[in-house]
Design a protein around this ligand. Structure first.
Ligand code: SAH
Length: 355
């Protein structure tokens, strides 16, 4: 039975699904889920991420985290954690770049939070020799200083959508119309979690809520506040989300999110303000939201690109220049992607970011 048929059966039995339930099934269903069954990354897949564009991305993230570790007096041991590591490329580049930082590797316990068995296998191959451990959930992280990176992880967490109706909200649901999956609206109800959005929205506006993002951020922030460390969250989105950002990507093209359940990547923009407020409530400081391009330039990506170009052929140099541009230019990924840093209040913020 296909995932579409399973979803239709479930809707016939239990009624329409929230977007969050639909998204969770499509991405992580044990048999049919998008991430559970395949490697979505790269030219042959559906989308390409910063670490897959160039080694420079993971290297600079690694050096930024190592600097945060040095700034906090080299705590040992600490957990070096990546959320949703994909093919393991970022972690491999990070580890290569930090080899030269005395004591860093000895103190690091590498933990990968990954839901997909298929991707866990790829990560194990990429990271042979480093003995990472895999965790299902952020709650399973030890109570230890945490140096963390999450690139394009939060955008994959299931969201719910609500449309304002007076001072009430109607939830956008996935139901059936003539036997086909279609969007519908639930009854108007109060939503305590959206009280703070009554001030900046009007009748008919759509807002998104990502409960798992808040749970994850609370767990991370509590550990960083209590034990030290730093977190770098990189994703697309803005300070505050307004409007429908639910989207499907299939073979590098935008697609209808209901068209092929389990076969397309589903994402939503990250509401960084919600993450920042959650971190703050857990006692953890956060940086200003910074465009990826500015962050990478402050960390020295141009110097790194120049070093990589030395001694290469024209053709190789061209591809390094192209990657540098893709990662930093405001019309490419430089401005669409943002970086939020988490750090323990008395310590300086991670390099490249402003408090
Ligand atoms: N960070 C990588 C991959 C991004 S794709 C890169 O930049 O290339 C999203 C990653 O998050 C995948 O590894 C996916 O399997 C994982 N993922 C998605 N939802 C998850 C969840 N709820 N729990 C754990 N991992 C998840």
């Amino acid at each position: 039975m296909s995932l579409r048929a399973l979803l239709i059966e479930r809707i016939l039995q239990d009624g329409p699904l929230s977007l969050a339930d639909y998204m969770a099934e499509c991405l992580l269903h044990p048999v049919h889920g998008y991430y559970t069954t395949r490697d979505p990354l790269g030219a042959a897949g559906d989308f390409t991420t910063a670490p897959e564009i160039s080694q420079m991305f993971g290297e600079l993230i690694g050096l930024a985290l190592a600097q945060a570790w040095l700034d906090q007096g080299r705590p040992a041991p600490f957990t070096l954690v990546e959320l949703g590591p994909g093919r393991g490329t970022l972690m491999a580049d990070l580890l290569r770049a930090t080899r030269a930082v005395p004591g860093f590797h000895d103190a690091a316990r590498i933990a990968l939070v990954e839901a997909s068995p298929a991707l866990r296998k790829m990560q194990a191959e990429t990271l042979t020799g480093h003995a990472p451990s895999w965790l299902d959930r952020v709650d399973d992280l030890p109570n230890q200083p945490l140096l963390l990176v999450a690139n394009e992880f939060f955008d994959a967490l299931p969201i719910r959508q609500f449309i304002r109706d007076g001072d009430l909200w109607r939830e956008r649901l996935v139901g059936l119309e003539n036997g086909k999956l279609d969007f519908g609206l639930g009854a108007a109800t109060p939503q305590a979690a959206l009280d703070h959005r009554l001030a900046d929205t009007r009748d008919g506006d759509l807002v998104e809520l990502c409960a798992p993002a808040q749970t994850v951020t609370t767990e991370l922030a509590r550990r960083i506040a209590a034990h030290g460390g730093a977190g770098l969250i990189v994703d697309y989105g803005d300070w505050r989300s307004l409007g429908d950002t639910f989207q499907a990507l299939h073979r590098h093209e935008m697609a209808d999110p209901l068209a092929s359940p389990g076969k397309a990547d589903l994402t939503a923009h990250v509401d960084f303000e919600a993450l920042a407020l959650t971190a703050k409530n857990a006692g953890c400081a956060h940086t200003k939201l910074t465009p990826q391009g500015i962050f990478l330039e402050r960390l020295g990506i141009t110097a790194r690109a120049q070093a990589l170009v030395r001694g290469r052929t024209d053709k190789e140099a061209e591809s390094i220049i192209h990657a540098h541009r893709r990662l930093t230019h405001p019309e490419e990924m430089g401005n669409l992607f943002k970086v939020l840093g988490l750090f323990p209040a008395p310590a300086p913020p991670p390099p490249g970011l402003e408090p």
